[in-house]
Design a protein around this ligand. Structure first.
Ligand SMILES: [Zn+2]
Length: 495
C-alpha cells in the first residue's frame, strides 16, 4: 500500500488562506506547476530558496508514493522590465547590452541555472518547457479569450479586459485585492497607452521595429505577454484543472492573478486547486537586490568570495540552512546564521556515520522509535514543516549519541527502522548529502587500492621481478603517490 493512504497531508492554500487536507484530482497522481526563472542573469540565492522549497515538496510527494508530473518552465521571452507591460524585454535588453543574440543569453543563463541547481542536489522536474517553444499555444489562448469577448485588440496588441471579466468573475481573489481598490491605487493612463483601463494586461504586444524577439500572429508581428506563457504551458501539460501551482510570494500579484483570469476566461473554471507561495530570503535583514549590492550568488557561498561571508560553505550546509526555516516564513541569511547551521549539519552527519557503527546487542530500546518516526511524518504532513522535522531528527541524534556512550541500548529491529527513517528524511526528503562520508569512503578506496599495489610490488620483489616492482613505484610517483620502504614495511604519502 502506498504511504499517502496513511498520511493525511495538509497544505496551506493561498487561495483560501487556510491549511486544507490535500486530495489530488486523480488518486495517486499529482500535477504541479511552478513558475521557473527568467533566464537573463545568474540565479541568486533568493531564487534558489524558492525553487528549493518546491524541490522539497516534490521529494516528499514522491516519497509518499505519488506519481508526480512536475512542470517548471523557463521564461525566455515576454517578461518585461516592468510588471505593468512596460519597458524592454529583460532578455532582449541583456542581449543588447552584451551585444549577443537573445538566445545566447537564454542558453548561458539556462545552463547556469541547471548547474547551480545540480550543485544543490535538486531533482529535475518532469517537464521544463520554454515560453518560446509554446508561442502557437499562446496565440490559440488569445483567440479563445477574444472569442469570449474578454479581450480587445488595439493597434496590433491584445489586452485582457479586467473590468469586463470582473463583472462575471472575481478578479483579485488570490491576492485578496478587489478591483475597486486597484482602481483607487493605480495611476491613470497617460494617453500613451492603448489600454482601456490601467488594470488591463497584455496578452500580445506588437513589437517595435528594433525588437528582435518577435513572432507572427493574426494581430501583428510581436510577442506574448508574460502571464500568458504559464497558462499555456500549465494547461497543455497538466490539464484545464490541476492540483498545485507554486511560485515565489512576489508572483501572487499580478502574475498568478492574471493566470487565473486567463484560464477562467477560457474554461470558466478555476484552474488550480491549491496555490502555494514560498517566502523570500533576506540578507542581513534587508531585501536582496543587485542594485544596492546587498546580494549573494551561490558560487560566492561555495568559494567564500563575498565580504559578507566569513568562509565558504558547502551546498548541503546551505540547503540545511534553508530547510531549517518553514517555506512560508521569511528567512534571513547571515554569516553567523549559516555558521550555526554548519555546526548542526555536521552534528547530524556525525550521528548518521556513528549509527552505522553502533553495537546492536540488546533487545530493548530506550527510545520510542515508532512514535518518533510518526512525529517526523506529522511534521511534514503539517504543511511541510521542515524546521519541526529537523528538531525531530535531532532527538534521534541525541539518542544515537547515548547509545554510542553506552547510556542507552537499541534492538536490531529498531536499529533498522531508525536507519531507514533517517535516510528517508535526511537524504530523500530534505535532499541533503553526506559530504564527509563521501570524502571518507573516497579516501578509504584510495588507500585500499594503494595497499593492494604495495602488496603486489612486495610479491614482485620476492620473485626478483624488479622491473615490475620499479614500474609500480614509478607509475605511482607519476600520479603523486610516493612509496617509502621502512623497517615496518612500505608506507605511502600523497601530494
Ligand atoms: Zn508563471
Amino acid at each position: 500500500m502506498q504511504l499517502y493512504k496513511n498520511q493525511e497531508l495538509k497544505i496551506y492554500n493561498s487561495l483560501t488562506s487556510k491549511k486544507e487536507v490535500f486530495k489530488p484530482i486523480n488518486e495517486g497522481y499529482i500535477g504541479m506547476y511552478v513558475c521557473g526563472p527568467t533566464v537573463y542573469s545568474n540565479v541568486h540565492l533568493g531564487n534558489v530558496r524558492t525553487f528549493m522549497s518546491f524541490d522539497m515538496v516534490f521529494r516528499y510527494f514522491k516519497h509518499l508514493g505519488y506519481k508526480v508530473r512536475y512542470v517548471r518552465n523557463i521564461t525566455d521571452a515576454g517578461h518585461l522590465e516592468n510588471d505593468a507591460d512596460e519597458g524592454e524585454d529583460r532578455i532582449a535588453k541583456k542581449a543588447r547590452i552584451e551585444q549577443i543574440e537573445p538566445m545566447e543569453v537564454v542558453q548561458m543563463y539556462t545552463v547556469d541555472f541547471h548547474n547551480t541547481l545540480n550543485k544543490f542536489n535538486f531533482l529535475p522536474p518532469s517537464i521544463e518547457p520554454t515560453a518560446t517553444g509554446h508561442i502557437i499555444e499562446q496565440i490559440e489562448i488569445i483567440k479563445e479569450i477574444l472569442d469570449k469577448g474578454l479581450a480587445y485588440e488595439v493597434n496590433g496588441s491584445v489586452y485582457f479586459d479586467v473590468h469586463k471579466f470582473n463583472k462575471t468573475h472575481n478578479y483579485g481573489k488570490l491576492s485578496g485585492r478587489n478591483l475597486e481598490d486597484l482602481i483607487h491605487n493605480t495611476r491613470t493612463l497617460d494617453g500613451q497607452s492603448d489600454k482601456k483601463n490601467p488594470q488591463d494586461f497584455a496578452l500580445w504586444k506588437k513589437a517595435e521595429p528594433q525588437h528582435i524577439m518577435r513572432w507572427p500572429s493574426p494581430w501583428s508581428d510581436g510577442f506574448p505577454g508574460w502571464h500568458l506563457e504559464c497558462t499555456a504551458m500549465s494547461t497543455k501539460y497538466l490539464g484545464e484543472q490541476f492540483d498545485i501551482h507554486g511560485g515565489g510570494m512576489d508572483l501572487k500579484f499580478p502574475h498568478h492573478e492574471c493566470e487565473i483570469a486567463q484560464a477562467e476566461a477560457c474554461n470558466n473554471q478555476s484552474p488550480v486547486n491549491v496555490w502555494m507561495h514560498a517566502n523570500m530570503l533576506t540578507l542581513n535583514s534587508q531585501k536582496m537586490a543587485k542594485s544596492t549590492g546587498n546580494n549573494i550568488l551561490p558560487n560566492e557561498i561555495f568559494t567564500g568570495k563575498n565580504d559578507k561571508l566569513s568562509k565558504p560553505f558547502s551546498p548541503s550546509v546551505t540547503r540545511f540552512f534553508m530547510m531549517q526555516a518553514h517555506y512560508r516564513s521569511i528567512l534571513d541569511f547571515s554569516s553567523v546564521a549559516i555558521e550555526a547551521s554548519e555546526r548542526g549539519f555536521n552534528k547530524l552527519m556525525d550521528a548518521i556515520n556513528t549509527l552505522s557503527k553502533l553495537e546492536v546487542s540488546k533487545n530493548t530500546t530506550n527510545f520510542n522509535i515508532s512514535s518518533w518516526k510518526q512525529s517526523c511524518y506529522d511534521a511534514m504532513n503539517d504543511d511541510f514543516n521542515t524546521p519541526i522535522l529537523i528538531a525531530e531528527l535531532f532527538s534521534a541524534v541525541k539518542f544515537i549519541n547515548q547509545v554510542k556512550d553506552e547510556k542507552a541500548t537499541i534492538s536490531q529491529e529498531d536499529f533498522d527502522i531508525l536507519t531507514s527513517t533517517l535516510n528517508v528524511f535526511v537524504f530523500d526528503v530534505l535532499g541533503l548529502q553526506n559530504v564527509s562520508d563521501n570524502d571518507a569512503s573516497g579516501s578509504n578506496k584510495l588507500s585500499d587500492t594503494v595497499e593492494l599495489l604495495i602488496n603486489m610490488r612486495a610479491e614482485a620483489r620476492a620473485n626478483k621481478d624488479f622491473a615490475l616492482s620499479d614500474k609500480i613505484r614509478d607509475e605511482l610517483a607519476d600520479i603523486g603517490i610516493q612509496l617509502k620502504d621502512g623497517k615496518d614495511g612500505t608506507t605511502f604519502t600523497t601530494n
